[in-house]
Design a protein around this ligand. Sequence first.
Ligand SMILES: NC(=O)CC(=O)C(=O)O
Length: 290
Amino acid sequence: MSKFKLAMVQMAVGLSKPENLARATKFIQEASSAGAKVITLPECFNSPYGTNYFAEYAESIPGGPSTEALAKAAKENSVYVVGGSIPERQGDKLYNTCTIFNPKGELITKHRKVHLFDIDVPGKIRFQESEVLSPGDHLTIFTTPFCTIGVGICYDIRFAEMAQIYANKGCALLLYPGAFNMTTGPAHWEALQRARALDNQVFVATASPARDTGAGYIAWGHSSVVDPWGDVISTIDEKEGIVYADIDLARMEEVRKNIPIRNQKRLDLYNPVSVPLKSQRKDDLYDIHQ
Ligand SMILES: NC(=O)CC(=O)C(=O)O
């Protein structure tokens, strides 16, 4: 199938976990009714985003109320659900984790944010996820009947090498649940999506929480879908809503044919960042769900 509808959910996230889960479920139903086959929630959709909240809202995966709600919603609506992220607890460690469900409601894989959001922009924003979270150690790819999809969480989008590996491994779509803020959002959010799309001639899509100006961390919003030409083909402002896009793989092939950078790389002059050869990597570096 070369065409399918993608939905990126920009939902309000508050202090009540049950209300957040009910909202996510309602949005999944709505997107499915509109014909979406792959539905993505925002980063930290079950909890406010903040290092002071992660431990309180953390769950084991699977087994917690958030993954149970997503499994049920995926099954009832017969859709792929890319569950934004939730704080995950395993042993004495916490992770920022995206769970991915198939249309039978089965958890097929999960992505733990591999690049933790540790920044300090004086006078603007200081955020140190590593004070409470541990980083993941896998890149995450899953296959659907529509296309192969690579997953990153928010800050992961800043790392071009990761996206390039996904593209080299056959991903046509990169999904980044994310929560940029009022400093980095206007400056970098769209530029990074367009950069990753242009570098790799793939579709790139983001899902942010809706903006809550009363929150400790104010999300930028502006969930979007960018096509392999670098055009923003669907987007939203800061309020709640769903961003839909028809992902047409023929468009990707056309762009790749028109501007064939993939066949023009001077690998004799620079090392490929992708390490697809088994001999060059640890066997467990990638979590690829076929
Ligand atoms: N919240 C993040 O992980 C990333 C972010 O806001 C940024 O890179 O800017």
